[in-house]
Write a protein that binds this ligand. Structure first.
Ligand code: SF4
Length: 406
């Protein structure tokens, strides 16, 4: 069984390093030119270079999205930018534009791969073959590809295949939506999507409103959660499984990447994940969810139960309470140094998880401030405190409140 790549998003350098520390084999990022998510905190060339060095030291890769659908006025500086990315040491670009892809493939010197973005809606082996014949190194399938079609595509062994496993879904076919353009003049295919599908709407039949004012209409989909498909994907020969969400937090990345890392390692070691193990992973993934999730198109065409036609609110949790900066501070033996993220106090039941450390439970027995005075409550985000700690812990581990039902 060949190792499958776990590919994670990153909106900045720290998030990219977190994803790699928690087990991502590759991260994808946006540069400051020619990339969607124009409002995300994209990377400049120095940051891309720094990330490439960090990633390669950790046997991980860096993929850069060059995925706008360019208008004629957008091409200025493209060749120079591709050269600069090459010199920065990236491993791949992800693009949906035939113009950008063709120019990348024609570069005289190129060390990175060229991947075709999900925005091309590639759903079958004919489409994979079309792009392969042009010379691309990998095809990212549309999120709308059902599992049997993925298996059929992989069986033909045409090219490396990447498939989404987690994160936001478009209510429209990915990359084929002009709702945001229409409503706000912000182009979804040039990085400006205003997520107009998730706004609250009033439906009218003629002059009469037919929407319950308490439950306005919205077109949001459930987010994708495909943990139960990983085993099939590994056995099918999918090259890479991808998590969506360059705007997501460090905590989200740590939870989601860490959970999928454990699942993939387990399947690759034992050939199978039983129901009990899978449900542990799904419970862990749910700790990072702020919207309801579903199987996307993997269980067949989504029905109304996979849509959120009348509900789009996101839940914000304050479960994440501390980041371990130092697991063995020299001046405080037996303690960990923690940066406070949200309120907690003495006696709070917590869980700690970390890079390659599965979550385990503990109680906050005592808290000390930087002056080594005992305190009872932490309610200042970014404050540095020290906690006596027993148990597996490394720098970069995260502490969160236990859920009542856990
Ligand atoms: S408006 Fe909604 S469906 Fe359209 S591109 Fe944006 S997120 Fe996707």
């Amino acid at each position: 069984m060949s190792a499958i790549e776990l590919l994670a998003p990153a909106g900045n350098l720290e998030k990219a390093k977190t994803a790699i520390r928690y087990g991502a084999n590759a991260v994808y990022i946006g540069g400051q030119s020619f990339s969607l998510r124009s409002r995300a905190s994209n990377f400049d060339l120095d940051q891309i270079h720094e990330l490439c060095e960090f990633a390669h030291e950790h046997q991980a890769q860096v993929h850069v999205t060059v995925n706008i659908i360019p208008h004629p006025s957008d091409f200025g500086g493209l060749e120079d930018y591709l050269q600069a990315l090459d010199q920065a040491g990236i491993d791949a670009i992800i693009s949906a534009s035939p113009s950008i892809i063709t120019r990348a493939l024609k570069m005289e010197t190129r060390h990175f791969e060229v991947h075709v973005s999900t925005q091309r809606s590639i759903l079958n082996s004919e489409a994979v073959r079309f792009w392969t014949n042009l010379g691309v190194d990998r095809v990212v399938l549309g999120r709308e590809t059902p599992m049997p079609a993925i298996e059929e595509i992989c069986q033909q062994n045409i090219n490396d295949i990447e498939a989404f496993i987690h994160g936001g879904m478009c209510i429209s076919f990915s990359g084929r939506c002009v709702l945001s353009n229409h409503m706000t003049n912000r182009d979804a295919n040039r990085g400006g999507c205003a997520q107009s599908c998730r706004w609250k709407y009033t439906l009218r039949d003629g002059e009469q409103s037919i929407t319950d004012p308490e439950r306005p209409f919205s077109m949001s989909s459930r987010d994708l959660q495909a943990a139960d498909q990983i085993e099939r994907m590994i056995h099918a020969g999918v090259t890479s499984v991808k998590i969506e969400g360059r705007m997501k937090s460090d905590y989200y990345l740590a939870v989601v990447v860490g959970a999928y890392r454990r699942l993939i390692d387990h399947i690759e070691q034992y050939g199978h994940a039983d129901e009990a193990f899978l449900s542990t992973i799904c419970a862990e993934l749910s700790r990072a969810e702020n919207r309801p999730t579903g199987p996307g198109f993997y269980h067949g065409l989504p029905d109304e139960n996979v849509q959120l036609y009348r509900k789009h609110d996101e839940t914000v949790t304050q479960e994440y309470i501390g980041l371990v900066l130092d697991a063995h501070p020299q001046n405080r033996p037996g303690m960990i140094q923690v940066q406070v993220k949200n309120h907690f106090e003495q006696g709070t039941p917590v869980e700690l998880f970390g890079p390659h450390i599965a979550p385990y439970q503990a109680i906050i027995e005592k808290i000390f401030n930087e002056e080594n005075e005992e305190i009872t409550i932490c309610n200042h985000p970014m404050e540095i405190v020290y906690l006596p700690w027993q148990g597996d812990v490394v720098a970069g581990s995260m502490i969160r409140k236990q859920r009542l039902e856990s």
